[in-house]
Structures are given as structure tokens and as C-alpha cells.
Design a protein around this ligand. Structure first.
Ligand SMILES: Nc1ncnc2c1ncn2[C@@H]1O[C@H](COP(=O)(O)OP(=O)(O)OP(=O)(O)O)[C@@H](O)[C@H]1O
Length: 215
């Protein structure tokens, strides 16, 4: 009996290049990620980790190379990609006049999740922002703003989670929560691509580690 062709990985990046003038930040990055797995990009400051995430997520234009989601070119404008891809970068942008709960409600409803109020309540409790639900982003502490950014990814549909230094500004309890949450996401079948300088988080979550400082 003929064998079925192997399923495409959730994410496949081939020969990704990104240069800024004569600075070759990415010079042929290859990676693959399956559903239910986490891949951590590590490396020193300036190694190109955020550049890689931005090019993969479509926030920056690679000089050359391919990025595929489920075997099709990843197009951040397509409805399918926008449904599947949840991105939390390190630049946190919020509407200054929408409260915490209003942000999360807006996202859940825009992504047409079932029972948005229940999901938002659950995520608020999970990220520890229940008491801050009515506050505006400008009144949150920096760690609370990071929690809101992470919460934004958890109130929407997703199959691939891309996270740039999600550990930033989290306290010890927040870091423990983050590792548990990301492992729960993996158990739910999500693929996770993260950049992190936190070796404990990488050890706790990553199935694969790619050191961009060594490429
Ligand atoms: N838009 C840009 N124009 C010029 N140079 C850039 C641009 N974006 C990034 N770079 C350069 O590319 C290199 C890689 O930057 P990047 O932010 O990807 O590093 P990183 O590995 O994420 O570092 P860190 O650990 O400090 O976050 C750096 O030398 C940076 O100055």
C-alpha cells in the first residue's frame, strides 16, 4: 500500500535572510516546528532573534527565504493566518482609553470566539489581572502590562504562538505561571516559537533550542 506523504510541519522556515545595509543579521535560517512542540531561539544581544520572529510573523520583510504555515506560504494578511497565528512581541501597544477587560473583550469578539465573556473572565483570572480589569493600560505596572499582552494571545483562536521574551518583567510567580501556561498550550496542540533569555523558562518549555549565536 502506498504510504501517505508526511504531513507538513506546522511551521517551516527555509533559508531566511535579512540584511540591513551590509549587516547580514540572518544568513540562511532554517527551522521546523510541529504542533504540540516548542522551539526556543536563544543567543546574545543582537544575534537576530527578534528579527527572525518579526520576519516569520510577517511584521518585517525578509530579504529572501520562505515561511510556511501548514505547507502554504504564511501570509499575515490572510484570514486563515490571522486566525491561527497569535503574536506577542516586546513592543506592547494598547489603546490608552480601553480598560483591561475591554481590550480582551474586543479581541475575543473580533475573533468570534464562542462565549467571549466566559473566556475573558477565565483568562483574566489565569493571568492574575482580575483586580485590574477596569484599569486603563497607562495605570498598570510594567509586569501587569506584560500580563495583559500575554492575555491578549489567550483570548483568541490560535495554533501557533510566537513570543518575544515573554518572561520580561514577570515576577517569580509570573514566571512559574508562564511556564505552566505554555506547557498547557503545548498539551492542547499548539506550536510555540519563542525567544527567551530565561534559561529556566527555556528548560521548562522548549523541546528544541536553536542558538542563533552559533549559526
Ligand atoms: N530596522 C533595523 N535597521 C538596522 N538594523 C537593525 C534593524 N533591526 C535590527 N537591526 C540590527 O539587527 C541586529 C539584530 O537585532 P535583533 O533585535 O534581531 O537582535 P536580538 O537577537 O533580538 O537581540 P536582543 O537579545 O538584544 O533582543 C542588531 O545588530 C540590530 O541593531
Amino acid at each position: 500500500m502506498p504510504k501517505a506523504p508526511p504531513a507538513a510541519p506546522l511551521l517551516r522556515v527555509r533559508d531566511l535572510h535579512r540584511s540591513f545595509g551590509d549587516l547580514h543579521v540572518l544568513a540562511g535560517l532554517d527551522l521546523e516546528l510541529a504542533s504540540g512542540e516548542a522551539l526556543a531561539l536563544i543567543g546574545p544581544n543582537g544575534a537576530g532573534k527578534s528579527t527572525a520572529l518579526r520576519c516569520i510573523a510577517g511584521a518585517d520583510q525578509a530579504t529572501s527565504g520562505t515561511v510556511e504555515l501548514d505547507g502554504a506560504p504564511l501570509d499575515e494578511r490572510s484570514p486563515a493566518t490571522r486566525r491561527d497565528l497569535a503574536v506577542v512581541m516586546d513592543d506592547l501597544d494598547f489603546f490608552p482609553d480601553l480598560s483591561v477587560v475591554e481590550h480582551l473583550n474586543l479581541l475575543a469578539r473580533a475573533h468570534q470566539v464562542a462565549e467571549p465573556d466566559d473566556l475573558v473572565d477565565a483568562v483574566l483570572a489565569d493571568v492574575g489581572l482580575q483586580r485590574q480589569a477596569a484599569q486603563l493600560p497607562g495605570t498598570l505596572s510594567s509586569g501587569q502590562r506584560r500580563r495583559l499582552a500575554l492575555a491578549s494571545a489567550f483570548v483568541r483562536p490560535r495554533r501557533l504562538l510566537i513570543l518575544d521574551e515573554p518572561e520580561q518583567r514577570l515576577d517569580a510567580a509570573g514566571l512559574a505561571w508562564l511556564a505552566d501556561r505554555l506547557n498547557a498550550e503545548k498539551a492542547d496542540g499548539l506550536g510555540i516559537l519563542l525567544v527567551s533569555h530565561d534559561t529556566d523558562l527555556v528548560d521548562a518549555v522548549a523541546d528544541w533550542v536553536l542558538d542563533l549565536g552559533e549559526l
